[in-house]
Write a protein that binds this ligand. Structure first.
Ligand SMILES: Nc1ncnc2c1ncn2[C@@H]1O[C@H](COP(=O)(O)OP(=O)(O)OP(=O)(O)O)[C@@H](O)[C@H]1O
Length: 467
């Protein structure tokens, strides 16, 4: 159970939270100003601070680092009446655990508190949580990925050329290797040609090799990549970047399986299988004349279109587990637990850089959490948490947080102002009298109402009986 400090000048919300939290077994203390709250938190031993944003003596967001600096290292959860994207960003950047809008506070707080408790418990007690998930090199069971694996199997059985398409980082090279490794050529070389990074004047010599003396600097005969791939697979990565003149030469090589090294008068043979990959729309390259139709036809005897990660979100969780297990093993690190909110944040993200971006993100997380037994969303780079916090902001205008109003704001049709104010006033007096067990003196102290005014309001709302 946690020691929780609430800093909020909304007394009704304070009381509601106290009631709720105490009924769940937590201990609570409250303050209505930042100065008082900070003083108490710094001198106490609190696990969690629930912090309002607009307080009489300042903005709660500015105080997050100071609360977190308390010797008990509390986690700060922002509770705001007016959620906005900048505020959510500022809260996360300043180190807040979470950002909740008041109308949703009861619903969301329970989960946040449970996670903070687990996180803090583990921070104090190094604990090894086993998680071993060894899978083959291609991870994922989504129907889209399974379909692509079927294409791999089909391609592995044949010797036909394959064109693999897909956005950057979707696994085109991985799939090309899988085809090679499952094919009859597996014992020979898999040779990658990165068509995008080869300087144009070196493409031909790199692919086809040269003979001694054919140009300045050609001091010895040199085999090209096409020869290196003899018996194996030649993988043309980013094939869409191949210059037009090389496309023409290459088309002939594909047709004849023979080529001529630069400076040579003799044709040489190479028995290679070609797999090409591209992340550009090669059809439009054909339309604008930058790619040859006949070469595409040759390269695309079989094809495989890898779906982006955002279209197969069910693969994200197994990928996370696979990459993490691999990183922990490689670095000989203790295995870490994975909190559901960690997976949720990563699953909600769109992954423009696909699997590669996911892998790199996890590498960053692992490098920065070596001594942390469990990975929480809190450990993710800020842009994930900001996006999630911003996505959680509801577009409806925030309602003030009387207990009834706060729990079902979406269902409320705004009342006439006089009626709303009247209901609200009644709710306040009702809560006040319950909280004080009908003790007028204490109720006047809390509410700053005079005795006469309090009696008057009780009478007005039919609340003369404290029960
Ligand atoms: N389904 C998968 N399972 C496991 N690892 C994967 C998967 N898909 C991709 N990866 C990994 O993601 C990284 C990027 O994959 P790869 O280089 O094959 O992508 P690509 O589509 O060829 O990218 P680019 O177009 O930028 O060259 C690699 O480390 C690869 O091992």
């Amino acid at each position: 159970m946690a020691d929780i400090f609430i800093v909020d000048d909304d007394i009704m919300l304070q009381q509601m939270l106290v009631r709720q939290l105490q009924s769940s077994g937590h201990r609570t203390d409250c303050a209505s100003t930042l100065t008082e709250g900070l003083q108490q938190v710094l001198s106490g031993k609190y696990d969690i601070v629930l912090l309002d944003v607009q307080l009489p003596d300042g903005n709660g967001l500015e105080y997050i680092p100071r609360f977190k600096n308390a010797s008990s290292s509390p986690e700060v959860i922002i509770i705001t009446g007016k959620g906005d994207k900048d505020g959510a960003e500022k809260a996360i950047v300043s180190g807040a655990w979470g950002y909740i809008e008041k109308p949703h506070v009861l619903k969301e707080l329970v989960l946040h508190i449970a996670r903070v408790e687990q996180y803090q418990k583990e921070k104090n007690r190094a604990e090894k949580i086993p998680l071993v998930l060894k899978r083959d090199a291609i991870i994922g069971n989504s129907p889209q990925l399974t379909k692509c694996l079927d294409r791999v199997a089909e391609a592995a059985l044949s010797d036909a050329s394959v064109l693999i398409t897909g956005e950057t980082g979707t696994g085109k090279e991985l799939f090309a290797r899988a085809i090679h490794e499952n094919s009859r050529r597996a014992d020979h070389n898999f040779v990658t040609v990165d068509c995008a990074s080869l300087p144009e004047n070196l493409i031909e010599s790199t692919l086809f090799g040269y003979v001694k003396g054919s140009f300045t600097g050609a001091e010895n005969n040199r085999e090209g990549l096409v020869q290196l791939a003899n018996g194996g697979t030649l993988f043309l990565d980013e094939v869409g970047e191949l210059p037009l003149n090389v496309q023409k030469t290459f088309l002939r090589v594909l047709q004849e399986h023979s080529y001529r090294p630069i400076g040579s008068t003799h044709e040489k043979k190479s028995d290679f299988r070609v797999i090409a990959a591209t992340n550009i729309d090669i059809e439009s390259s054909i339309n604008n004349g930058s790619f040859r139709n006949d070469l595409l036809y040759r390269l695309r005897a079989l094809s495989c279109a890898l779906p982006p990660l955002r279209d197969r979100k069910e693969d994200i969780k197994p990928l996370i587990r696979y990459f993490l297990a691999r990183m922990w093993d490689r670095s000989k690190l203790d295995y870490q637990g994975i909190s559901p909110d960690f997976i949720e944040h990563l699953t909600a993200y769109d992954w423009p850089g696909n699997v590669r971006e996911l892998q790199q993100t996890l590498e960053r997380v692992v490098a920065s959490t070596v001594r942390t037994p469990t990975l929480f969303a809190y450990h993710l780079p800020e842009h994930f948490r900001i996006q999630q916090a911003q996505a959680a902001i509801h577009t409806s205008p925030p309602h003030h947080s009387s207990p009834e109003v706060s729990q079902t704001p979406e269902e409320l049709i705004p009342l006439p102002w006089s009626e709303y104010k009247n209901n609200y006033e009644r709710q306040y007096i009702y809560d006040l009298m319950r909280h004080t067990n009908g003790n007028i003196t204490v109720a006047c102290q809390i509410s700053h109402l005079s005795r006469a005014r309090l009696y008057q309001l009780r009478e007005k709302h039919g609340l003369l009986d404290p029960s």
